[in-house]
Ligand binder design. Structure first.
Ligand SMILES: NC(=O)c1ccc[n+]([C@@H]2O[C@H](COP(=O)([O-])OP(=O)(O)OC[C@H]3O[C@@H](n4cnc5c(N)ncnc54)[C@H](OP(=O)(O)O)[C@@H]3O)[C@@H](O)[C@H]2O)c1
Length: 388
């Protein structure tokens, strides 16, 4: 996509933000943040706060992943988004992860509105680097219609996936990033971004390193407090640790995707970078059971059988600890030394409450931690003493 459709899309979002601000309403009939009332907070886990690497930011050990907030596929619309953010705040979650591209900008708009009254208590992380496709920019303005279409024709989600795939073009040039940062500041309603990530930059961008000079400039200008890299592949973190200005890295790490345990996590820890763990539930796979895996989702029968066998062993371990596989998945990452925050990606208040309640139980024992690490083929002694 050329640069002008992105600029037109931005302009439309900007006009919408300004009109909404003028009327103190985002046009979704939600003038105030609505908190869930029927929640028994004492059943939730006690929230722990950790320093994000060398920075002064203190982030909750669990963060809210906001990638689907305000998207076409988010059930319950914007009210549900406000409810899940409210629930996170009530539980002590102060760390919110979004990106300029999520929900074609709507995730940032919703988040900005929802946390406005809590600005001094929250840490907002956003990302840029992807270009909004012309189709994606247009889709933003027809979301109610698209949502209705999706309800009557669930197969329509395939077309949505195609539109998302078309968003794959990236731009890490200084003018592009500067414009994206300005747009994020407006949508999030803040003067400075707490944490700004490059969104899945290719390895050569990280190797060349010019982009970090631009990030230093944005930092000096007060546009962002800290910058980091949200890595497409965990091993990209090995390129980030060479950059003294990088405060945090984000990568995928889970019981089903443990590769980061070998190098990316120890290297980041050694340089005192903040590590944000994402896709902790493997996109939902760690919510089910080994019996629910589909062989057709794997490149080979061997891969499928290996994953099925690992999941079956993890299920047994989870049962031994008296909890679900999802609890094991989240608690394991929460207790890993070097991880500052584990993102839970949900748009559903009930799901978030379920995880918070499950994590209220006792931490995993050193023996269980060691057995999980052995099962994942990871080096031992990565557990930190649980202070939770
Ligand atoms: N490259 C990047 O920078 C990048 C890439 C991916 C993700 N991220 C960030 O990481 C966050 C987390 O990633 P993710 O959302 O892919 O991964 P995830 O946390 O592993 O999985 C989230 C999925 O599990 C479902 N889920 C969660 N709890 C559930 C429950 N109790 N019962 C049933 N379903 C449940 C969610 O659906 P419901 O909404 O229905 O609960 C969602 O579909 C994202 O939101 C985003 O902020 C960044």
């Amino acid at each position: 996509m050329g640069a002008w459709p992105a600029r037109v899309a931005d302009l439309l979002i900007d006009i919408q933000c300004r009109v909404n601000a003028a009327f103190n309403d985002d046009g979704w009939g939600a003038p105030t943040l609505q908190r869930p009332r029927s929640v028994v907070q004492r059943n939730w886990c006690k929230m722990e706060y950790l320093r994000l690497g060398k920075s002064e930011l203190k982030v909750s050990a669990l963060g809210l992943g906001c990638s689907r907030l305000g998207s076409v596929t988010q059930a319950g619309g914007e009210q549900a988004a406000f409810r899940v953010i409210g629930c996170a705040l009530d539980a002590g979650i102060n760390f919110f992860d979004t990106a300029d591209i999520y929900g074609q900008g709507t995730s940032e708009v919703l988040l900005g509105k929802a946390v406005k009254a809590h600005r001094d208590k929250v840490v907002l992380a956003t990302k840029a680097g992807y270009c909004l496709s012309a189709m994606g920019g247009l889709a933003k303005h027809f979301k109610p219609l698209l949502r209705r279409l999706l309800r009557v024709r669930p197969g329509f989600s395939k077309s949505i996936q195609k539109v998302r795939a078309a968003q794959a073009r990236q731009d890490f040039s200084t003018p592009y990033l500067a414009a994206r940062i300005e747009a994020s500041l407006r949508r999030l309603r803040v003067e400075t971004l707490d944490l700004f990530y490059l969104h899945n930059p290719p390895a050569d961008v990280l190797e060349r390193g010019e982009v970090f000079e631009a990030l230093e400039t944005f930092k000096r200008q007060g546009k962002l407090r800290h910058y980091g890299v949200s890595c497409l592949a965990a091993e990209d973190a090995l390129l980030c640790v060479k950059q003294p200005g990088v405060a945090a890295v984000q990568f995928e790490i889970s019981l089903l995707k443990p590769e980061a345990l070998a190098q990316a996590l120890p290297a980041s820890r050694a340089k005192d970078l903040g590590v944000v763990a994402r896709q902790a539930l493997a996109g939902g796979l760690l919510l089910g059971s080994a019996a629910e895996l589909h062989p057709e989702a794997y490149a080979s029968r061997e891969q499928f059988e290996a994953e099925q066998s690992r999941l079956a062993q993890l299920e047994k371990l989870a049962a031994e600890t008296g909890g679900s596989l999802a609890r094991l998945a989240l608690q394991f990452l929460r207790q890993l030394d070097g991880i500052s925050s584990v993102l839970i990606g949900t748009t559903n208040t009930g799901h978030l409450q379920q995880h918070l309640a499950a994590l209220a139980g006792p931490p995993l024992s050193p023996d269980h931690l060691a057995r999980i690490l052995a099962l994942l083929g990871a080096p031992p002694a990565q557990g930190r003493p649980p202070s939770i």
